[in-house]
Design a binder for this molecule. Sequence first.
Ligand code: SF4
Length: 304
Amino acid sequence: NDYKTNVWVDWCPGCGNFGILSAMYQAFTDLQLEPEKTVVVSGIGCSGKTPHFINVTGVHTLHGRALPYAEGIKLANPDLTVVVNVGDGDLLGIGAAHFVALGRRNADLVVIMHDNTVYGLTKGQASPTLTRNLQPKALPKPNIQDAVNPIGLAIASGYTFIARSYAARVQHLKEIIKKAILHKGSAFIDVLQPCVTYDNIHTYDYYNKRVYDLQEEGWDPVVKTPEELPQKAAQALVKSYEGDGRIPIGIFLINPNVPTFEERYSQRLPNYLKIPPSRESIEADGKPVITTEKFKELFRKYVI
Ligand code: SF4
């Protein structure tokens, strides 16, 4: 595989992360993404290692801060394809404010959340997606907090492509990743990812018995007009609460009616897409093009 690096993949044998990595290799191959025009960004945790294993540009960032890094990369270089790999603890714990902010902006990024309900790298503490009263084996007592509903939070935040897949359904996940990359706007994929070392509840057997494909049951995720959004979003929200007995995977919502953050910027800065920040000169004749005073003036004029 052209996208495979020679770095040893040191996840625990059987970890769901292998399925996610495999789906990414296949999706990138199908789309023939150019390595120098593709960036994989991660936060901290087991999922944080993903950029080391994929032969594109990669950035392994800080806990909870993968999204601001990714947004900065995309805004400075709007031609790049930017894919974020992040854990459920990282994204919905310390990084939750950034998750909400990205939905509101609709920057053209893909966020793949490795959802294993625990903090695997730090030995299995409860993450924000673990249901209250469950007790995976590393917890001394059952979880005392309620779980966040990631799909519901994505809907409320304004993400324009919202899906769920399962690490053991590699073909399904591959197709979802491809669609998310081709979508213009913020795309969120919640990937059910068994942690075979610390979560003895959400096993492959657990998910195999429960997951079903929304699209196979005729679910239509597309918001055809802006007026249709409240009704479609409400339906998707109700669907996102389905769980335990049956767990839906597939695309919950696609809303193509919202401008991307890059489009919004180009309305204010007419040359933004033609000469984005990454291609601007920062000096002329040995002097900075923009002084602090000039920067403040431009900021007041175009941003505030
Ligand atoms: Fe995977 Fe869990 Fe091992 Fe981390 S601790 S590599 S999530 S099985």
